[in-house]
Ligand binder design. Structure first.
Ligand SMILES: NC(=O)c1ccc[n+]([C@@H]2O[C@H](COP(=O)([O-])OP(=O)(O)OC[C@H]3O[C@@H](n4cnc5c(N)ncnc54)[C@H](O)[C@@H]3O)[C@@H](O)[C@H]2O)c1
Length: 343
């Protein structure tokens, strides 16, 4: 349970009470020490009443401006649909609120830059929700690499496959595979390598859903990355892995290799005449990253209470967007594209 609001408690306003807004609101009310949700807003908040009412959030609004206008609110969580983020971030900064913004900040780089400038000018703290950095496996991989356990990094390999494609209406406004899905992997590549991506080559195709192809998107991709520190990397994506959410990574270097397998419900292996059988990966992001979402909120609240920079900043929100833009260009033009070209 969060502590009862005191002077030192961070009072949060959550904007958007859909899938991700529910996770953050629940964590902030039930699990995150030093934080409480003072208000939520969503034009369709009535759809959330079943899970929201038992949490006892004191103020429930349809219009996010009511949250921004509440002087009791110290920070907002921007959990609304992607196309609303940049505008809300700018207004929140102008209102002097600290900001946790779900990825992506916007699908348009100029809009992202505009919003980040307003945040900078307002002097508020901003964190972007790259939850995978807070996953126990990926955090341990990164710590091992940063501690020099693999020596000089040579190769980064990331596998990221969803169990099923999202609804086609979502795909149409998602910004495409690279900005909607691979954006997490681009962030992970920067996180694990400890280096910036300088160039990209992408191959993509439609093998899962003709509807996705008709919407001008792809559902299967391989992306090669070049890093500033000389390392190279590869990401593979699919919108449909029939065995569940496939989330693995490996970093290989001069002194060895670190890698992580999928999380499963249990570690039990049943062996019969047909052969061995073990659990499938946890189904999707809500299951696999449940703990990571709580840990990222802990990190945000800690940064606000201690006055430090959060682990993922607005700049960390922009960098993978540029990589995604370069990947799209590479796919279209069938050539290696540098990040400088799209910056
Ligand atoms: N980090 C992650 O793992 C992760 C996972 C899922 C979604 N997301 C991101 O979170 C955002 C929301 O995704 P979701 O899956 O929760 O979507 P969702 O459709 O379940 O929820 C979005 C909610 O925003 C509300 N909304 C729309 N406009 C609004 C406004 N002006 N003010 C307040 N509320 C508004 C909608 O009514 C809806 O309830 C997206 O940007 C998505 O990319 C991140």
């Amino acid at each position: 349970m969060s502590a009862s609001p005191s002077k030192n408690t961070v009072r949060v306003g959550v904007i958007g009470t859909g899938r991700i807004g529910r996770i953050h609101t629940t964590n902030l009310m039930r699990r995150i020490e030093g934080a409480t949700v003072a208000a939520v807003a969503d034009p369709f908040v009535d759809n959330a009443r079943e899970w929201l009412d038992p949490l006892g959030v004191p103020e429930i609004h349809k219009d996010y401006k009511a949250v921004l206008g509440n002087p009791e609110v110290d920070a907002v969580y921007v959990c609304s649909s992607t196309d609303t983020h940049a505008q809300i971030v700018e207004e929140a900064a102008a209102a002097g609120k600290h900001i946790f913004c779900e990825k992506p900040i916007d699908l348009d780089v100029a809009k992202v830059r505009g919003a980040l400038e307003k945040v900078e000018r307002a002097g508020v703290t901003m964190m972007v929700g790259f939850n995978r950095r807070f996953d126990h496996n990926y955090a341990a991989l990164q710590a091992a690499v940063a501690a020099g356990e693999v020596g000089q990094v040579h190769l980064v390999k990331i596998t990221s496959r969803d169990p099923q494609p999202p609804p086609i209406d979502y795909v149409k406004v998602s910004g495409g595979l690279f900005l909607d899905m691979t954006i997490h992997d681009f962030d992970m590549a920067r996180f694990l390598s400890g280096s910036e991506v300088t160039a990209v080559s992408a191959a993509g195709t439609v093998l899962v859903s003709n509807e996705i192809g008709a919407a001008g998107d792809i559902d299967t991709a391989v992306i090669t990355l070049w890093f500033e520190n000389g390392a190279i990397g590869v990401i593979d994506n699919s919108r449909q892995a029939v065995y569940g959410y496939d989330q693995r990574a490996e970093v290989f270097g001069s002194k060895g290799m670190v890698r992580t397998e999928n999380d499963t419900e249990t570690r039990v292996i049943r062996t019969t005449a047909e052969g061995p059988r073990s659990d499938k990966p946890l189904w999707f992001f809500l299951e696999r990253y449940a703990e990571a979402y709580a840990r990222e909120s802990e990190a945000f609240v800690r940064a606000l209470r201690e006055g430090t920079t959060p682990p993922t900043t607005g700049a960390d929100g922009l960098a993978p967007m540029l990589i995604g833009g370069a990947a799209r260009k590479s796919l279209e033009e069938k050539r290696v594209v540098t990040i400088a070209e799209v910056s």
